[in-house]
Write a protein that binds this ligand. Sequence first.
Ligand SMILES: [Zn+2]
Length: 114
Amino acid sequence: MNITLHKAVRKMLLKKYYFGACPCMREDLPFFNVGSSHWLYCDKCKVRWCVGENSFSGWHSENEEIWRENMGKYGDYRIIDGDEFLREFDTVPVEPTIASQSEIGHNENVDPTN
Ligand SMILES: [Zn+2]
């Protein structure tokens, strides 16, 4: 993959999965709150990840009983970062060329006293 395409795909994925993704990359992720913490989760992957604190007001109308229930249902789900799907795009691929090889560290026009 060339660098431009690599960056474009990463950007597209970030936009599409703004709040992160589970390993199966489903798009219609449900969420639950525990107090003011918001969690996205996936029943299929049995994972959950925190997407923020007090970012959505829904938790105000909930109570401790609901949060206990949520933890009872999803507390055992494995906690992930939610951005694992971007890992393969974290390192920009290097396209080896003769030009870039000779440019790196061999610029004789640079005056080191500047
Ligand atoms: Zn999943």
